[in-house]
Design a protein around this ligand. Structure first.
Ligand code: CP
Ligand code: NVA
Length: 331
């Protein structure tokens, strides 16, 4: 069996240096901009590692290491892909359920960060509040990865750009159309698209715009890379001749109290066959999942040959393996 030779104990070394006050080597992924200069490389690494894994190549980069996974919200993909991915690389993942730690209630973010740093080599955190993710990273001595919060879902975006690369090749100049809420997933995709020189057109109902600061930053970066980021109201305008159509739930985790109003406000924003027909003939449909079939997308689109949603879901694992390897400085 082929295998890699990795620098041993690297993560612990990082951890100790952080304890001594020099945390310059500790790397976190709290938002896409944290990997701005290496997004392309991480996508390429994820594709390479997926191929190596398919060939049966052994990767024991995290042998004897532990990943702590804190979840304040439910999950299928994030939980399973991190756990399976870390286990495939020889490590052990510890799942901490929403009722377990109760960050900020049972114990302060600071103390949780300090305690987990003594047990784990890396922390993945799915949170309600982005500020808590930032604070955990500030006090943690080991790398922290944002597994979705109210502002970003960076791991999803890396997996999505990996999937787009697999199906569309070079992404520069390609157009990604978002139809739906101006939410966490859109924020990460906007920033990532700008970094990669893609055009992104987001159709969102009035009152559901993405955060203006993120839109402005994405526009600025896109301008440097010769592409454009546009927020509009009309889904038909957004999807016209697009290469990729993307939708997400209208009711994100934490927005449940607004469900009835949201279902009304988003009623014209369903991705169906008619909307797909306005895009490029070979356009693909993407969705971070879980999908609410019959709401933001029809069965017909979800189950059509244009849909790459399950390839996208699988890629969560390959993308996160590449992210963890990268944050640990192993490749
Ligand atoms: N896409 C995604 O993050 O799925 P889960 O909420 O199931 O983890
Ligand atoms: N925007 C959705 C994504 C779920 C993976 C949410 O935050 O619930």
């Amino acid at each position: 069996m082929k295998g890699y030779v990795f620098r041993k104990n690297y993560i612990r070394v990082v951890s100790r240096e952080a304890e001594s006050g020099d945390d310059s080597l500790k790397r976190d992924l709290l938002g896409i901009l944290d990997i701005k200069d290496e997004l392309r490389e991480i996508i390429d690494l994820a594709i390479i590692m997926k191929g190596e894994s398919r060939e049966g190549m052994e990767n024991i980069a995290f042998k004897g290491r532990t990943l702590a996974m804190i979840f304040e919200k439910p999950s299928l993909r994030t939980r399973v892909s991190f756990e399976v991915g870390f286990t495939q690389m020889g490590g052990n993942a510890v799942y901490l359920s929403p009722n377990e730690i109760q960050i900020g209630k049972r114990e302060s973010v600071h103390d949780v960060a300090k305690v987990l740093s003594r047990f784990a080599d890396m922390i993945m955190y799915r949170a309600f509040d982005h500020e808590n993710v930032v604070e955990l990273a500030r006090y943690s001595d080991v790398p922290v990865i944002n597994g979705l919060d109210d502002v970003e879902h960076p791991c999803q975006a890396v997996a999505d750009f990996m999937t787009m690369t697999e199906v569309k090749g070079d992404l520069r100049g390609k157009t990604l159309a978002w139809v739906g809420d101006g939410n966490n997933v859109l924020h990460s995709l906007m920033l990532g698209a700008a970094i990669l020189g893609m055009n992104l057109r987001a159709a969102v109902p009035e009152g559901y715009d993405p955060k203006s600061g993120i839109t402005e930053e994405a526009k600025r970066i896109a301008g440097e890379n010769g592409s454009g980021i546009d927020v509009m109201r009309d889904p038909r305008e957004a999807v016209k001749d697009a290469d990729i159509i993307y939708s997400d739930t209208w009711v994100s985790m934490g927005d449940e109290a607004e469900k009835e109003k949201r279902l009304r406000d988003f009623s014209g924003f369903q991705v169906n066959r008619e909307l797909m027909s306005l895009a490029q003939p070979n356009a693909v449909f993407m969705h971070c999942l879980p999908a609410h079939r019959g709401e933001e997308v029809t069965d017909e689109v979800m189950d059509s040959p244009s849909s790459v949603v399950f390839q996208e879901a699988e890629n969560r694992m390959h993308a996160q393996k590449a992210i963890m390897i990268r944050l640990a400085g192993l490749r």
